[in-house]
Design a protein around this ligand. Structure first.
Ligand SMILES: CC(C)(COP(=O)(O)OP(=O)(O)OC[C@H]1O[C@@H](n2cnc3c(N)ncnc32)[C@H](O)[C@@H]1OP(=O)(O)O)[C@@H](O)C(=O)NCCC(=O)NCCS
Length: 302
């Protein structure tokens, strides 16, 4: 077992690709490894006969002492389970020195990883889906008059407020992980500055929702869809479907053939977002599991 060192990014990507194939694209791990939340002291590589066979990492969240365990992966071999257990044990040992307040894990929803996490005190809390639209497919859309206004740097703050108001309830867990509403607003504005393309939908002169994409994010012609968000008071009237139709049109105009989103669902039912995406022609092409570390109970003293 050794720590990550400079140049190991390609080793991690190769192990992930070997372990999970198309369930794990390279884009997300690459951007995580380049971010301030990646700590090379908290990433381990397992070697067998001098060759890398497995990996795991503990990455930060924008909150002090909040962490995510990720990249637990082992190349196909007979000792896969044992190597995965050892890697997770190593990261948990490392975690002990950091006095964590909150720890969750994320993994493609495949064995043996789910069981390895469960055996180490993690419990599943949510599912994540990767949903992709082939933009050539068409679907029926309600006929609602919506005017779409592109979000510009000058209007990004206003748009950020629509975004966070639409996140309330279903996305509270993520807002907490990202450091609260203000931090989410700031990161939205930063995204617009970096080229994310958002549009605010208006009906009868009022803002009703927001939708966004990043063209050519995965590769040329394959956009990252940033999601559709409708203000709570405007839901269940077909506005979500109309936003989907508008964003597909914009994506096609920008030369995109596909768009992909990552979104979550509860363990026992789909969220309105996932249902909207499936209804508008998206297809689930990968499933992941979020697990949280169960805190050890402090024994009560009588
Ligand atoms: C997801 C969301 C955008 C849907 O907006 P909406 O305007 O209410 O959606 P629509 O009225 O156009 O509904 C379209 C379809 O979505 C699904 N849907 C929407 N809300 C639903 C709900 N509460 N329960 C079940 N399905 C729902 C249905 O399939 C519906 O079609 P149907 O009415 O013909 O069955 C809205 O609920 C929202 O903003 N949620 C919070 C933000 C979010 O999670 N966005 C996804 C981020 S990745």
């Amino acid at each position: 077992m050794r720590r990550f060192s400079l140049g190991d990014e390609s080793v991690i990507l190769e192990i992930l690709s070997n372990a999970f194939g198309s369930l794990q694209d390279a884009q997300q791990p690459r951007s995580i490894m380049a971010s301030r939340f990646f700590d090379s002291n908290a990433c381990f590589i397992a070697e067998e006969d001098g060759s890398p066979v497995g990996c795991v990492a503990l990455t930060g969240l924008p909150r002090e002492r909040w962490y995510v365990v990720r990249f637990l992966a082992v190349k196909p071999s007979r000792s896969k389970v044992q190597v995965a257990e050892k890697l997770l044990g190593k990261i948990l040992e490392h975690l002990g020195s950091r006095r964590p307040e909150f720890v969750r894990a994320t993994t493609p929803a495949v064995q043996p990883y789910v069981d390895v996490y469960k055996q180490s005190g993690f419990r599943p809390v949510r599912r994540d889906f990767r949903i992709t639209w082939d933009l050539k497919d068409s679907y029926a859309v309600p006929n609602i008059q919506i005017v779409m206004r592109p979000v510009l740097e000058e209007t990004a703050k206003e748009a950020a407020s629509i975004f966070v108001r639409s996140l309330a309830s279903h996305w509270d867990w993520r807002t907490a992980e990202q450091g609260g509403t203000k931090a989410v607003e700031e990161s939205f504005v930063e995204g617009v500055r970096k080229g994310e393309q958002w549009m605010v939908g208006q009906s009868d002169g009022h803002d009703v929702g927001i939708v966004g994409i990043i063209p050519d994010f995965y590769r040329h012609g394959e956009a990252r869809f940033r999601g559709a968000y409708v203000l709570p008071e405007n839901r269940d009237r077909g506005i979500g479907m109309e936003l989907m139709s508008e964003i597909s049109r914009l994506a096609i105009e920008k030369g995109q053939g596909k768009m992909t989103v990552f979104t979550f669902s509860y363990l026992d039912c789909l969220t309105p977002g996932a249902l909207l995406y499936l209804r508008s022609g998206g297809k689930i092409d990968a499933e992941y599991l979020q697990l949280e570390r169960v805190r050890k109970k402090i024994p009560s003293v009588n």
